[in-house]
Design a binder for this molecule. Structure first.
Ligand code: UD1
Ligand code: CA
Length: 453
């Protein structure tokens, strides 16, 4: 079987988005619109597509890297003109060419495969995807002849009132035989209301030339094209429901799907429970038997098994097995939290490493710090990491006991098993097993190294 090559159109500005960002880079469940089309191609085993770019080409290229072969359409003269730019890169070889639009993120791989199969089995020159919509506004309408077969596509701007009333629309996904595509594109003229080269006009031309055209009807949802922010939001809702279904099918309890927001990159283990009003974003990975929320926000977080995060935010941080976070805590980027740690109410952690079984409860700030195992941080402790010019590091060794309201002026090291008194301002290192109190803190007890151990 000849391999299927794919062309994805993504050169348009997306005027109707009213945006400085090119339309195909707008985010849907955390990922650029066009990446959904690329993912579906990968899933359907179609290799690296040609991607036609134009508007903000550099940012599209930067966002997609190696995922496509980029072709520039310098002026956006229509979807037919966009495909013309890809022709030289398809070479003289025959075989099926799949053409898709970069703004249809809800297409499934199964539909792509079904379309290609129909194209092959019916030995068609072109096979198009259609859908019946309750509200077809904005789409090209499919005109069928008396026998029910497709005759042509008419764009809404060019449609008569009767044509505009038709509910079957062109989904904008097609398979063409390469040579039929080449011939049909050569015939296109921009003689329409928008003055564009419409890819859609190839259908009527091919039929007129005695070629065979087939059509596959799919569920309305899959055909959705994103032209406006409203459509982006509507598609987001559908995609989110799909992602949540996938989590639930894999053994995750989602207590209230209506208030659980999940990005495409999120993974979660079996028997994890996600409570309402939670936001799982970016490439977050959650282990098994975790309890997330209510009101958790995880962004690019990596959680081990049996972690609890209640009403707290975890951003770009890793959390070990059995650790409990919140309610009302914030983990900022670069935090590495060990196993069975407790991070309590109103704690802020930034760029810190925290050892196993350590406790940071009640209104503490731990930034640019390394904490050992079984450390106890008293209420209101602050690592004073910033001297107005630079950030400095605090080290708190295993089993140290930091009294409530201690101010640790970095750079500073609290030795293993050392104690700081409540309200002390520690601006010098405290030796292992030592006790320091006061403002600034004085060491009032030294312990020899082996006693400290
Ligand atoms: C298009 C179809 C319409 C169909 C709908 C499905 C045409 C003429 N119309 O309309 O029949 O119902 O999609 O969603 O094809 N693009 C380029 N270069 C251009 C113009 C567009 O690359 O010069 C890209 C856009 O970036 C976009 C895609 O092609 O990803 C579709 O263009 P868009 O303007 O959104 O077409 P629609 O008006 O939605
Ligand atoms: Ca569109």
């Amino acid at each position: 079987m000849e391999r299927v090559r794919a062309v994805v159109l993504a050169a348009g500005k997306g005027k109707r988005m009213q945006s400085d960002l090119p339309k195909v880079l707008h985010l849907l469940c955390g990922r650029p619109l066009v990446t959904y089309v690329l993912d579906v191609l990968t899933e359907a085993a179609i290799e690296r597509p040609l991607l036609v770019i134009g508007h903000a080409a550099d940012s599209v290229r930067a966002a997609l890297g190696e995922r496509a072969v980029f072709i520039e359409q310098h002026e956006q003269l229509g979807t037919g003109h966009a495909v013309m730019q890809a022709l030289p890169h398809l070479g003289p070889a025959g075989g099926p060419v799949l053409v898709l639009y970069g703004d249809t993120p809800l297409l499934s791989a199964g539909t792509i495969t079904a379309l290609v199969d129909l194209h092959r089995n019916s030995r068609s020159d072109a096979t198009m995807l259609t859908a019946a919509l309750d509200d077809p506004t904005g789409y090209g309408r499919v005109i069928r002849g008396p026998g029910g077969s497709v005759e042509r596509i008419v764009e809404e701007a060019d449609a008569s009132p009767e044509e505009a009333r038709l509910r079957e629309i062109n989904a904008g996904t097609y398979v063409f035989e390469a040579e039929a595509l080449r011939e049909a594109l050569a015939q296109l003229r921009p003689d329409n209301v928008q003055g564009e080269y419409y890819l859609t006009d190839t259908i009527a031309w091919l039929l007129g030339a005695g070629r065979r055209v087939s059509a596959l009807l799919v569920a309305a949802e899959e055909a959705m094209g994103i032209n406006s922010r409203r459509e982006l939001a509507a598609a987001g809702q559908i995609m989110r429901a799909r992602l949540l279904d996938r989590l639930m099918d894999a053994g995750v309890t989602v207590v209230d799907p209506a208030t659980t927001y999940v990005h495409a990159g999120v993974r979660a283990g079996r028997d994890t429970v996600i409570h309402p009003q939670s936001y799982l974003e970016g490439e977050t990975v959650i282990g098994r038997e975790c309890v997330i929320g209510p009101q958790a926000r995880l962004v690019d977080a990596v959680l081990g098994d049996r972690v609890t995060v209640e009403a707290s935010t975890v951003v770009k941080s890793a959390v070990g097995e059995g650790t409990r976070i919140g309610p009302y805590s914030r983990l900022r980027p670069g935090s590495r939290i060990g196993r069975f740690v407790e991070i309590g109410n109103y704690a802020e952690i930034k760029n810190a490493t925290i050892g196993d079984h350590t406790k940071v409860h009640h209104m503490s700030y731990i930034g640019d710090a390394t904490l050992g195992t079984r450390v106890n941080i008293g209420a209101g402790t602050v690592t004073c990491n910033y001297d107005g010019k630079r950030k400095h590091v605090t080290v708190i060794e295993d089993e140290a006991f930091i009294g409530s309201d201690s101010m640790l002026i970095a750079p500073v090291r609290i030795g293993r098993g050392a104690v700081t008194g409540a309200g002390s301002v520690v601006n010098k290192d405290v030796p292992p097993g030592g006790v320091a109190v006061g403002v600034p803190a004085r060491v009032i007890k030294h312990v020899s190294a082996d006693v400290a151990r």
